[in-house]
Design a binder for this molecule. Structure first.
Ligand SMILES: *Cc1c(COP(=O)(O)O)cnc(C)c1O
Length: 366
């Protein structure tokens, strides 16, 4: 089955084989070495100096890292402004609410670009904000939010920026030199091509609190960070998934790093889009505002999502539905994982077959 959903992704044989490496006790030296290599390689992706940045691993899905980031880095007396222009922005606000973090939400219609003027108004209102949380790639629509512009605003207002980069880390540009960026959260099973079960936060060491905000035991970044810097782990980690992540990071480096992955995704995304547009299927967003990781398309007339999904699944492809209000109007195609141009061509052939069938049966119905 070819997975065109935004993670978990199809694994390469090399990464899959790593899942069955020998059983390992997480209190033994070998686990420390495995974890050290993963942490070093995570910093090499962009690349970042270990004196200034700490990668902190958390066993759990991407949301675990995002939740750990917000719950641990916004202090008790802090105030968080959340930018919400999609499902994952809304989740940031949910997390803030659950942990009792003082916050406001800059809520926008899903799919629209970040409204910098509205953000400025929020930031200038009193009391001020110590932190801003933003999703880099809003997987809801495939929109790439302008992290640099929000970063500039944060710098001018002395707020620290916390980024959900779960579906962009490893494939889109991230400017860690932007002084406002305090941390970003991501996971193994999206653009890094690992297996699901481990996520991480890359945090500026200077932004790590001396004292934990005390909102969570399992999702306390300071606790994980202290253990991991000492070569240890706070809790039982998802060992096989660690093995797979190490191999996926080795593979990413062997293939030439994130720039090469970006180009590879771009080629696949362009091929899919050109093909679909040729069938009269229109993309939701224009160039310059969307990622190479995932693109959203309007459902073709006369074919609902269930019919498109089920027809494609029969032919070996899993696509992804729209979420929320977009569920009835769009479908999404991701380019992550061990898939290639030939898979995408077969995918387009499958769509063409379905559209032919759909149009045909539509004609019969009339
Ligand atoms: C996938 C994703 C997440 C995390 O989802 P999980 O199901 O917890 O892995 C968070 N943010 C974004 C933008 C995502 O695409």
């Amino acid at each position: 089955m070819i997975l065109l959903n935004p993670g978990p992704v199809n694994l390469t044989e090399r990464v899959r084989a790593a899942l069955t490496l020998p059983d390992l006790c997480h209190r033994e030296r070998e686990f420390g070495e495995l974890q050290n290599e993963i942490r070093a390689r995570l910093l090499q992706v962009y690349p970042l100096p270990p004196e200034r940045w700490a990668p902190v691993l958390v066993s759990g899905s991407g949301t675990a890292a995002v939740e750990a980031m917000l719950a641990s880095l916004v202090p008790r007396e802090g105030r968080l402004l959340v930018v919400d222009n999609g499902v994952y922005g809304a989740r940031l606000a949910d997390i803030a609410a659950c942990h009792g973090i003082a916050h406001a939400v800059a809520r926008q219609a899903w799919g629209t670009p970040v409204d910098l003027e509205a953000l400025t108004r929020h930031l200038d209102a009193q009391p001020g904000f110590t932190h801003v949380a933003l999703v880099q790639h809003e997987t809801t629509t495939g929109r790439l939010n302008d992290v640099a512009a929000v970063g500039r605003l944060c710098r001018s207002r002395n707020a620290a920026l916390l980024v959900d980069a779960v579906s962009s880390f490893g494939a889109e540009a991230l400017d860690f030199d932007d002084g406002s960026l305090a941390a970003c959260a991501a996971s193994a099973n999206k653009c890094l091509h690992g297996a699901p079960g481990v996520s991480f936060v890359i945090v500026r060491r200077a932004a790590l609190p001396e004292k934990s905000a005390g909102r969570s035991v399992y999702l306390d970044l300071a606790r994980h960070h202290r253990a991991q810097d000492a070569g240890d782990t706070a809790f039982t980690p998802a060992v096989p998934v660690f093995y797979a992540l190490r191999e996926a990071l080795r593979e990413l480096a062997d293939q030439g790093g994130w720039h090469v992955r970006h180009q590879r995704y771009r080629g696949l995304a362009t091929a899919v889009e050109d093909g679909l547009v040729g069938f009269g299927v229109e993309p939701l967003l224009r160039d310059g505002e969307r990622s190479v990781v995932l693109r959203a398309y309007h459902l073709p007339a006369g074919l609902d999502y269930a019919a498109l999904h089920d027809g494609l699944k029969q032919r070996g492809f899993v696509i992804y539905a729209g979420q929320g209000k977009l569920a009835a109007s769009i479908f999404r195609v991701s380019t992550m994982g061990a898939i290639d141009a030939a898979d995408m061509q077969r995918f387009l052939d499958a769509v063409a077959g379905l559209l032919g069938t759909a149009r045909h049966s539509g004609a019969q119905a009339r």
